[in-house]
Design a protein around this ligand. Sequence first.
Ligand code: GTP
Ligand code: MG
Length: 217
Amino acid sequence: MRNAIGKIDFLGSFQHELPEHGLPEVAFAGRSNVGKSSLLNSLMKRKNLARTSSTPGRTQAINLFQLGGTIVFADLPGYGYARVPDAVRRSWGPMIEAYLGERETLALVVLLVDSRRDVRAEEGELRFNLTQARIPTVVVATKVDKLKRSQRARQLATIRRDLHLPTGEPIPFSTQTNEGRTALWDAIEGKVRDFLAAPDPVPLPLPDDSDDMEPSP
Ligand code: GTP
Ligand code: MG
């Protein structure tokens, strides 16, 4: 996948009615300003394709990027302390919930947390809800270049403990040093392969309308 990125198409910015493309989708979620768009640019090796900003709340809709014919990345709007009008903010929760609950091609959610901060309740909730919904997740700790050497191991261990993560997570990531790029691509490729190998969900039984079919006496 990463070797076959080739052409990258920006499919557009959506609040609902996302296009069907038939490819596995990987969504990037996390608080506003955590570094989602920056991480996407780093993965795609593009400078500012996913627009980044030091102003929280830059990404206000779901932006889709198609990488060659293999995979689609979804840059989700950040939740939390964005300085945006209330009306805009109120529409985000339902938009993201609808996306996570209904997107059939969703193969993986990459959940980003800031490596310098304590895990917030809403991050724990999101991880818990995704696990309950059996949506695969991988957690990334962003901006590790800003951690002092002495803090690093402790911060990563705290995040692992607070989010109940398996060994190997969170993946430490930095767009400054490119740390974590390979590990995250490995995780993405593995989960997408699992998704493609999984059998289609069992179809729900059709409503029982046999009463209507009863032959008349
Ligand atoms: P929203 O779109 O508002 O949800 O934000 P976002 O999560 O997409 O964050 P974005 O990528 O725009 O980054 C926010 C700020 O953090 C920018 O000023 C980035 O330059 C900075 N940043 C992102 N990743 C890193 C990193 O690995 N290291 C450092 N030092 N800064 C980073
Ligand atoms: Mg963004």
